[in-house]
Design a protein around this ligand. Structure first.
Ligand code: GUN
Length: 294
């Protein structure tokens, strides 16, 4: 029987833990955690993500400070907003939703965020600390995947984990987390990417396969070993006239084809997606509690 790893349930559990942590803070007389969320422009997917983040803050008792800036905003004005929140005593986390319009340098924006409030874990100081194994904010999607593996009983320790994708948001931090000499890591790690020749020769060796390829059917049944644990990070919109929205969501993995071979698999939707927001809330509470930086 293939185990379907229920990201919705696991994310609910984490949100419940965060909610309890916030109650504990408040009963000790401390203020609610604060998260600043900055959205630039009208990208529909970004608007939907930001909407979910703000809604979840409200559900858990995190105060959100939200800025919706026009697509034409100058880089300077955006950086000034970030600096404002860097100084704001009630803001523990700052998130600038990516992608940004072409005239704004995303790296400059990320580097302007105070790394002690970088709950996305994108600042080079946090990225560097992840590599060296020091306490840091970890990007929410790979941190969520590590939690899913751990809480579903699919521990990476001693396994061969293959990651497809080398983005700064998912692939690279994912590989580093799996590699880490820690309770939730300790895997042997291979990273595949668009420059990899004959990807199947690597993916067929995977005990755990994390797929963040950004393409439909990037993993097909001929590319996997029986018993593999598959984590599908993909989020692709496929036109579907039977849906009111006109599209349906699908991952990067041929789910129906791979399902019978896998020992465990994450669905799309309801897999990795809900974990990202749960981990953002967890990072924001950790920041308020000074659990990472004092
Ligand atoms: N765009 C896609 N994923 C993310 C994320 O986790 N954080 C931010 N800030 N932007 C994103």
């Amino acid at each position: 029987m293939t185990q379907v790893i229920d990201g919705k349930q696991i994310s609910q559990d984490i949100k419940q833990e965060v909610s309890l942590g916030i109650e504990r803070r408040m009963s000790a007389g401390l203020r609610a955690p604060g998260l600043a969320v900055i959205l630039v422009g009208e990208n529909p997917a970004s608007k939907a993500y930001v909407g979910s983040k703000i809604k979840t803050c409200a559900e858990l008792g995190i105060i959100s400070f939200s800025d919706h800036l026009p697509a034409e905003v100058s880089e300077k004005d955006l950086l000034d907003r970030v600096r404002f929140y860097n100084q704001h005593p009630e803001v523990d986390g700052i998130l600038v939703q990516m992608p940004l319009p072409a005239h704004i340098n995303p790296q400059k924006v990320i580097e302007t965020i105070d790394y002690r409030k970088d709950v996305d874990g994108f600042h080079p100081i946090n990225a560097g600390k992840l590599v060296t194994g020091d306490p840091c904010f970890v990007p929410c999607t790979p941190a969520g995947i590590l939690e899913m593996l751990d809480r579903s009983g699919n521990r990476p320790d001693g396994k061969h984990a293959v990651v497809i994708g080398r983005s700064n948001i998912v692939g690279k931090p994912m590989a580093n987390l799996l590699l880490q000499k820690s309770k939730k890591g300790n895997a042997t790690v291979t990273i595949c990417h668009t420059g990899t020749k004959n990807m199947g020769q690597f993916t067929r060796q995977a005990d755990i396969l994390v797929v963040a390829a950004g393409a439909v059917n990037a993993v097909t049944p001929d590319m996997i070993k029986p018993g593999v644990v598959i984590i599908d990070v993909g989020m692709n919109r496929i036109p579907d006239p039977t849906k009111a929205s006109g599209y349906r969501l699908t991952g990067d993995v041929d789910y129906e084809g791979c399902f019978p071979l896998a020992s465990a698999i994450t669905p799309v939707p309801g897999g990795v997606g809900p974990m990202t927001i749960a981990m953002l809330m967890k990072n924001t509470l950790a920041s308020a509690n000074h659990e990472i930086y004092s």
